[in-house]
Design a protein around this ligand. Structure first.
Ligand code: NI
Ligand code: MN
Length: 226
């Protein structure tokens, strides 16, 4: 699976000839100035929760591409009111078979108000299972014991984990999360975008290496295969 990082917690995965885009926050991100949100392809846009740093560009991209927005029920209803008609609501513990693979909405410990103050349901993460491989995107979350359930049931090619601390897991908890989900390949997300979530990249990579895991920190626009 080809993965492309677009800054903050936004990344794309090509799965079964479909472009999956996660948590698009590009035009408001100073670190993603080189990315043109108007050129990003998408067949599905998966949104972990209602915060603006996870969906600010989603409606525009969905309207341009015709992509379907997949999120919790409350977030999908909010997008319907923004003029996005193609949505698929999930709720925690539920999964659905799409044309590229199966998506399960899993627990995250965080909050989820929408930019205009609308109730955004509860935040989540996603487990994507496909013939080309499976992966987990944590969304914004604390470390939780629930992550062990993911490792019990799915063999992951990589885990996309928040690592920036302050609002989410920091490095030490993200190493434990990688252990809980039994995955050695980690794509780091949700760091360096704002002052409270700056990380020391070499130190972070070294901590994962000490746990015999690989932390991938991509530059916005950079791709790699998992
Ligand atoms: Ni958040
Ligand atoms: Mn966030």
């Amino acid at each position: 699976m080809k993965i492309t990082y677009y800054g903050h917690a936004c990344f794309a995965a090509q799965v079964a000839n479909r472009d999956l885009l996660f948590d698009p926050f590009i035009t408001g991100n100073d670190l993603a100035k080189a990315i043109d949100a108007k050129k990003i392809p998408a067949d599905y846009i998966l949104i972990s929760h209602g915060h603006a740093d996870h969906l600010a560009d989603a409606a525009d991209i969905a309207k341009r591409t015709g992509a379907m927005i997949v999120s919790n029920y409350e977030v999908t209803v909010w997008f319907n009111k923004q003029g996005v008609q193609r949505t698929h609501p999930l709720n925690h513990g539920g999964s659905f078979q799409f044309d590229f693979g199966r998506v399960k909405f899993v627990n995250a410990v965080h909050s989820s108000s929408l930019p205009d103050g609308t109730y955004g349901g509860n935040p989540g993460g996603f487990v994507i299972e496909s013939k080309e491989g499976s992966f987990y995107y944590s969304g914004d979350t604390a470390l939780t014991m629930d992550m062990k359930l993911i490792g019990d049931s799915t063999s992951l090619a990589f885990a996309a984990l928040c690592i920036g601390d302050n609002f989410t897991m920091g490095i030490d908890d993200a190493v434990k999360a990688a252990e809980f989900v039994r995955c050695d390949q980690v794509l780091g997300l949700h760091y360096n975008t704002f002052p409270p979530i700056m990380i020391d990249s070499p130190a972070a990579i070294a901590k994962f290496k000490a746990a015999r895991k690989h932390l991938h920190l991509l530059s916005p626009g950079e791709s790699r295969n998992f």
